[in-house]
Write a protein that binds this ligand. Structure first.
Ligand code: NAD
Length: 528
């Protein structure tokens, strides 16, 4: 790796450029490769470089993963679980250094970075405890009671490819890898090229926890170059990223006849009903809309408030938003950090300008803050947003949210569902039962009542994912591990071939079979 000077930002962390070089050296290539520069959003200075892997490097990584996978699959599941439990412990123990790394490569505030560390250690504990049962061999109803039984076993698919984005590099390179590994798969992970170091640090911790060599591999580089090469060499792809790239991933997975899960974008609605406690809802809106400077797939970007509570909610929300502090310290001080880079800051600023051109009013924020950091942008609240404008329909993925009055719950639900996306929504009401009823009317994979996103995300036992343009498949819960296994059914007959015994006329056999089927239908009805 070429020599890099140590920018002052590294001095504030527990990291050094030497440490980043060591991490970068973990990426194995088959020859001298071009380097990709990795910059810290807090200063826009280069903090290091990573190799631009090629399709050949991906092929080597995938074949090494494939060679290592069979022995890993034969390792008893409880042993695999204990390695992952140990890995979760190591993530907790190394929390401060990992937080420094997450902050360094994303620019997010420490209070938002810590969600990633907690999430990964929780997910490890969850799958270590419940994963083995979710993929244990089980008996199912046989074709004919007493005469034939059926047992189902779950085998790992083989090599799982994980393609992850930059916004939650710790969580999103690991949360889908943990159940894949527990199920006995090898994993090849391609983190976003803007945030590769966290994934490399996690690979190191997996090894320290006892994961055998080659079972977890990292390839770094340009998405459109090595992403397709990876999809061509794996047996399953777990993709998190934009809807546009997700469509390309699904198309290629379809051509290869491999399964995939796609965790994509959203335009998440938040519904504040007439009986909501506006102060609580305003706190939830601040947490949801401005966590990680709004670069969260689950963040609310459209808030619909009952006419009766609109003014009170807007006052409370604007007040709380103006109280937020922007900053880039490597400690739990500032509320909101930086956007990821200059291009993304341009996109966010342009989206707000276009909204204003379309008639929207900025009631809070709406400005870049280069005095804080090159890519800092104020938490921004818009009102009077044209429902057909770009900002109302397309994901901004920044600290920008619109607030719109609605004439009642029916209109709020109608507006919420008027989107091709369906990732996450929230409903705010004092009547939790009513909140759940409204939630059932909303076309989203997750709906939180009286919380913006955390109650849904942190319920690791419950499936999470999107409908419509927000994706396919589910992570978390038993669903999150069963996607990585192939079910094999073994059906055993105790009476030989299920056909008319010799000498018995087919007519009689059909009559006996019909009787048995009727009995089975009755038993099924009775057992329910
Ligand atoms: P992106 O689609 O541009 O990139 C995501 C990953 O895909 C990166 O690793 C990238 O290098 C790779 N990639 C790019 N082109 C590829 C290709 N042709 N084939 C294979 N891989 C390719 O997404 P982004 O802009 O970096 O991330 C932000 C998006 O991710 C937002 O839309 C956000 O909502 C979404 N997201 C969704 C979730 C979720 O759980 N639903 C979570 C986080 C982010």
């Amino acid at each position: 790796m070429s020599h890099v000077s140590v920018p002052p930002i590294l001095d504030e962390t527990r990291l050094s450029s030497g440490r980043l070089e060591n991490l970068s050296a973990r990426v194995e290539t088959t020859g001298g490769r071009e380097s990709i520069s990795v910059c810290a959003p807090a200063t826009d200075d280069e903090i290091g470089t990573i190799p631009a892997c090629t399709a050949t490097d991906v092929e080597v990584a995938a074949s090494r993963a494939r060679s290592a996978q069979s022995a890993w699959a034969e390792t008893p599941v409880e042993q695999r679980a204990s390695i992952l439990r140990r890995f979760g412990d190591l993530v907790s123990e190394r929390r401060e250094a990992l937080l420094d790394l997450v902050q360094l490569e994303t620019g997010k505030s420490r209070r938002h970075a810590v969600e990633e560390v907690l999430d990964v250690s929780l997910t490890c504990s969850y799958y270590a405890a419940y994963g083995p049962d979710a993929i244990a061999e089980e008996g199912r109803r046989g074709a004919i009671p007493l005469a034939a039984d059926a047992r189902v076993s779950y085998d790992p698919v083989g090599v799982v490819g994980i393609i992850s984005p930059w916004n939650y590099p710790l969580t999103l390179s690991m949360t889908d890898a943990i159940p894949a590994l527990l199920a006995g798969n090898a994993v090849v992970c391609k983190p976003d090229e803007k945030t590769p170091y966290v994934a490399l640090a996690l690979a190191e911790l997996l090894e320290a926890a006892g994961l055998p060599p080659d079972v977890f591999q990292i390839v770094t580089g340009d998405g459109p170059t090595i992403g397709p090469a990876l999809i061509d060499r794996v047996d399953y792809v777990a993709f998190t990223g934009s809807t546009e790239t997700g469509r390309a991933v699904a198309e290629q997975a379809g051509q290869n006849l491999i399964d995939c899960s796609l965790e994509l974008g959203g335009k998440n609605p938040m519904l504040v009903l007439a009986d909501a406690d506006v102060e609580t809802a305003a706190r939830g809106a601040v947490q949801g809309a401005f966590t990680n400077a709004g670069q969260l797939c689950l963040a609310p970007e459209r808030i619909y408030v009952d006419d009766a509570r609109y003014d009170a909610f807007l006052d409370a929300f604007v007040g709380a938003t103006r109280g937020l502090t922007l900053g880039l310290a490597f400690e739990y001080g500032p509320d909101v950090g930086s956007l990821i880079d200059g291009d993304h800051t341009e996109r966010v600023a342009a989206a707000v300008e276009a909204a204003v051109d379309d008639g929207a009013s900025v009631v809070s924020g709406g400005r870049r803050r280069p005095d804080v950091g090159p890519f800092c942008y104020e938490p921004t609240i818009l009102t009077e947003v044209d429902p057909d404008s770009q900002i109302a329909c397309e994901e901004t993925f920044g600290p920008v949210v619109s607030v719109t009055p609605v004439s009642g719950t029916d209109e709020a639900i109608e507006r919420a569902n008027d989107s091709p996306y369906g990732l996450n929504a929230s409903v705010w009401t004092r009547d939790r039962e009513r909140g759940r009823e409204v939630a059932r009317e909303i076309d989203c994979g997750t709906v939180c009542v009286n919380d913006a996103y955390m109650a849904g995300w942190a319920a690791v036992d419950a499936p999470m994912g999107g409908v419509g343009d927000s994706g396919l498949g589910r992570r978390h819960g038993p669903e999150g591990i069963r996607r990585y296994v192939e079910a094999q059914t073994i059906a055993t007959s105790r009476i030989g071939p299920l056909e008319p015994p010799s000498g018995v006329p087919t007519r009689w056999f059909v009559r006996a079979l019909s009787g048995l089927t009727a009995l089975q239908r009755r038993l099924l009805r009775w057992s329910r």
